[in-house]
Design a protein around this ligand. Structure first.
Ligand code: PLP
Length: 363
C-alpha cells in the first residue's frame, strides 16, 4: 500500500465507535418494533415501557430507586442528555466546575449555557487532581460535571474522590451532572460507583447514560437523564423543544437491551479486557508511553518518546505516513498546552483492526 493510499484508507482509532456488530437480539428487536408500527412520535420524555426498564435497571445494578413517571427523560444519546441538563438546570453566569481533559461536547454545552467555567486539571500519569484546586473551583459554583469512567483518560474516579466531590456539592448547594456512559466498562476488578448513591447526592444529581457504548449502538442515539423531579422538569422541557423525542422503535429495542442482564454485561466487559491488552501491547511496541486505562475504551499515549513535541503534528504524521488516525490530546483541554504531548487512541475495535493498526504503527 502506498503512503497516499494509506492516508485515504486510515484505520480510525480516533472516534469512539465500535467496528464490530451490535448484539443480534437488539437488531431483531428494532426491526420488529418498526414492523409493529412503533413509528410515530414517542411521549416526549420516553416510551413508558422503556422508562420502566431504565428504572428497573438502576434498581438492579445500583439499588437506586427511580420513579419512571417523574424522574426519567429519554434523549437522543447521552450528548443530548448532558446538553438538556446544562440548559434545563443552569442559568447564564452559573459557576460550573469541569475536570480537564474533558469529552469535547462539554465545551460547547457550557459555552451555550453561558456558564462561568472553572477547570480542575487531571494530571498524568494517574490522572489525579489536587483537592485544594477542586475546593477553590467550587466557591460559588452551582454545578460540577463529572464523567466516570472517563473519556479521554480512562480514569475511574475512586470512592474517596467521589466522596469529596459529593461533600463539596452539599457544602456549596451545587448539583452534579454525571455522564456515566462507560459505566459497564471497567477493568481490574474496579466497579462503577454512581455519585447518586453517595449520602445526600440522590436529589442533587443528574445521572446521564445511554445505550450507545454498553450495547455498541452509537448510531441509535438513545440515552437518558435521571434526576429528582425538581431538576427533571427543566430537563424535560428543554428536551421537548430541542428534539421532541428519541427514535420510538429504538426505544422499544432498548427494552430488550436492558433485559439482556448481567451475563451480557460481563461478557461485553471481558471482551474489552482483551482489546485493552492488545492496544497497550501495540502502543508499547510502537514506542509510545501509554497510560493504562482503568475504564472506558480509550488510551492516552505520550508521543515524546517518538520524537514529537506537538500532538497535531504527531496525529497528522500517523494518519498520513502510517494510515492510523488518533485524536490530538490538546483538543480535550481548556488549556491546549497541557495535552500537547498526548494522543488519544480508541480501542473499541475488532482485534483484527487493532492488529492491523499495530502492523502499521510498528512497520
Ligand atoms: N459522553 C462521553 C463521555 C463520551 O465519550 C461520548 C462519546 O464518545 C458521549 C457522551 C456520546 O454519547 P452518545 O453517543 O450517547 O451521545
Amino acid at each position: 500500500m502506498t503512503r497516499v493510499a494509506q492516508a485515504h484508507d486510515a484505520i480510525n482509532l480516533a472516534q469512539g465507535f465500535p467496528d464490530f456488530p451490535a448484539p443480534a437480539a437488539l437488531k431483531e428487536a428494532a426491526a420488529i418494533a418498526i414492523a409493529q408500527d412503533h413509528n410515530q412520535y414517542p411521549i416526549t420524555w420516553g416510551v413508558p415501557a422503556f422508562r420502566d426498564a431504565i428504572a428497573a435497571e438502576y434498581a438492579r445494578a445500583y439499588g437506586i430507586e427511580v420513579d419512571p413517571d417523574t424522574e426519567v427523560c429519554v434523549t437522543c444519546g447521552s450528548t443530548e442528555a448532558v446538553m438538556a441538563s446544562f440548559l434545563g438546570v443552569l442559568d447564564p453566569g452559573d459557576g460550573v466546575v469541569l475536570f480537564e481533559p474533558f469529552y469535547e461536547a462539554y465545551g460547547p454545552d457550557s459555552i451555550l449555557t453561558g456558564a462561568d467555567r472553572r477547570f480542575v486539571t487531571l494530571r498524568p500519569p494517574d490522572w489525579s487532581f489536587d483537592p485544594d484546586e477542586l475546593r477553590t473551583a467550587f466557591a460559588g459554583a452551582r454545578a460540577i460535571v463529572l464523567n466516570s469512567p472517563h473519556n479521554p483518560t480512562g480514569k475511574v474516579f475512586t470512592r474517596e474522590e467521589l466522596a469529596l466531590i459529593g461533600e463539596l456539592c452539599i457544602e456549596h448547594d451545587a448539583i452534579a451532572i454525571t455522564d456515566e456512559i462507560y459505566e459497564h466498562i471497567t477493568y481490574d476488578g474496579r466497579t462503577h460507583v454512581p455519585i447518586a448513591t453517595l449520602p445526600g447526592m440522590r436529589e442533587r444529581t443528574v445521572t446521564v447514560s445511554a445505550l450507545s457504548k454498553t450495547y455498541s449502538v452509537t448510531g441509535w442515539r438513545v440515552g437518558w437523564a435521571i434526576a429528582d423531579p425538581r431538576l427533571m422538569q427543566g430537563i424535560r422541557s428543554t428536551h421537548d423543544f430541542m428534539t421532541v423525542g428519541a427514535a420510538t422503535p429504538l426505544q422499544h429495542a432498548g427494552i430488550t437491551a436492558l433485559g439482556l442482564g448481567p451475563d451480557y454485561l460481563t461478557a461485553m466487559a471481558s471482551d474489552y479486557v482483551v482489546r485493552r491488552a492488545t492496544m497497550m501491547r501495540i502502543l508499547g511496541q510502537a514506542g509510545f508511553d501509554a497510560i493504562t486505562p482503568e475504564g472506558a475504551y480509550y488510551v492516552m499515549a505520550d508521543v515524546t518518546p517518538l520524537g514529537f513535541d506537538d500532538d497535531v503534528e504527531a496525529a497528522m504524521h500517523l494518519v498520513r505516513e502510517r494510515g492510523v488516525a488518533a485524536v490530538p490530546g490538546s483538543s480535550f483541554f481548556a488549556d491546549p498546552a497541557v495535552g500537547r504531548h498526548l494522543l488519544r487512541f480508541a480501542f473499541c475495535k475488532r482485534l483484527e483492526t487493532l492488529e492491523e493498526a499495530g502492523r502499521r504503527l510498528t512497520g
